[in-house]
Design a protein around this ligand. Structure first.
Ligand SMILES: [Zn+2]
Length: 381
């Protein structure tokens, strides 16, 4: 095994570099293209500091939770290798992207495979939150299709975020967010397909293709049925909720577990989702149901805020809804709850609103209640 660059000394240096870069609240964009390996390599080269910092902080997280998880970093590497043959079989192109990120950043591929499988490796011990909302043209003020998402994740990862604007050789161009060494998955492509992902907690997780790889595949879809099919990869390890929309205003919440799914079509022109399964078909696949009360409160709150504005929804309304503080700190705009154990401590690290007609992503670094949304455009058709 080669020498790891991710020492604690380097952590401190990298941390201050990253902080100064993000002082302005404007996130960096990696403009890239070519083969999957080449896309990964350019991401790794440009965002090396963030990849390294994520490796250091996830090593520390696993070390601090070793009693709970029984998983040190070396065991995590061994465990992640069990997932690798499934990725090789079904989605080898995205394993190439991970290889590219590793080579570009000068870190071990094995370490990055752990990051991209972390939810599977920790058996969903990370109880994290997210909120997604979408509106079709008939309920927006000017007929645009809007998709909004608050990404709630570990507070330490906030400074690791960036956008990827990619023109792959064999897929539609896309604009998507990611952080550290993870594959991009939340965003939209030039075929007019948008995706937001929300963690769910299925009880049928198994060895297979980890969720991050499955959701990366959705960004390659040419049609909405392609996108839904991508979430249902035959040998998936678990599942997310994928809120998927197209530029015609077709909107679905695709709730997925390892062995089951339901595709819920938007009612009254809009959809919301948080971290609990909504479909009666999927309720039997939900683990930790009693821990998921905060997410039920958020989903109902988001639904009510959307209903109050139906027919006149704008990007500004989406900003207001995504900044809502009812049930603080477990609100739609999420903040840390100091009474939560460290693995459950999360906050909204970024918020985004996609306008599928304008092909613009309004992106807010940090919680939307105190941040500013900046527009980023997908420049290719
Ligand atoms: Zn807030």
């Amino acid at each position: 095994m080669t020498e790891h660059p991710n020492t604690l000394d380097q952590f401190t240096i990298v941390s201050s570099q990253v902080k100064s870069e993000l002082k302005t609240g404007v996130v960096p964009v990696v403009y890239t293209g070519g083969s999957h390996y080449e896309i990964g390599r350019q991401i790794g080269e440009e965002q090396r500091d963030k990849v390294v910092k994520m490796l250091v902080s996830y090593r520390q997280m696993l070390a601090s939770a070793e009693d709970e998880l029984g998983l040190d970093w070396d065991r995590a590497i061994l465990h992640s290798r069990k997932y690798q043959p499934f990725i090789e079989e079904f989605l080898p192109q995205y394993l190439d992207e991970v290889r590219g990120i590793a080579d570009g950043a000068g870190v071990d591929f094995d370490d990055l495979l752990v990051l991209n499988s972390i939810e599977a490796l920790t058996s969903d011990a990370l109880h994290l939150k997210c909120t997604s909302i979408a509106a079709a043209g008939e309920v927006t003020a000017d007929g645009t299709v809007l998709i909004g998402h608050n990404e709630d994740w570990l507070p330490e990862d906030q400074e690791l975020q960036f956008l990827v604007h990619a023109i792959p050789d064999d897929e539609p161009p896309f604009l998507a967010m990611t952080y550290g060494g993870l594959l991009p998955n939340i965003g939209f492509n030039a075929a007019g397909i948008a995706q937001a992902c929300d963690s769910v907690y299925p009880n049928d997780a198994r060895l297979g293709v980890p969720r991050v790889f499955v959701s990366r595949k959705v960004l390659s879809a040419q049609t909405i049925s392609d996108a839904i099919r991508a979430t249902l990869l035959r040998r998936r390890a678990a599942g997310y909720n994928h809120l998927i929309a197209d530029s015609n205003g077709e909107i679905y919440n695709v709730e997925v577990s390892a062995t089951a799914f339901d595709a819920i079509y938007a009612q009254e022109g809009y959809a919301v989702h948080c971290n609990n399964y909504l479909s009666p078909l999927m309720l039997g696949y939900e683990d930790h149901t009693e821990d998921l009360i905060g997410t039920r409160v958020r989903v109902n709150r988001a639904r009510r805020l959307m209903q109050q504005r139906l027919g006149r929804l704008t990007v500004r309304d989406f900003k207001e809804i995504l900044s809502d503080h009812v049930n603080y700190p477990n609100s739609i705009c999420g903040h840390e709850d100091p009474s939560d154990p460290p693995m459950d401590r999360s906050r909204t690290i970024c918020s985004l609103i996609i306008d599928l007609q304008e092909r613009v992503m309004w992106y807010c670094y940090g919680p939307p209640c105190s941040g500013e949304y900046v527009p980023y455009r997908l420049e290719v058709r």
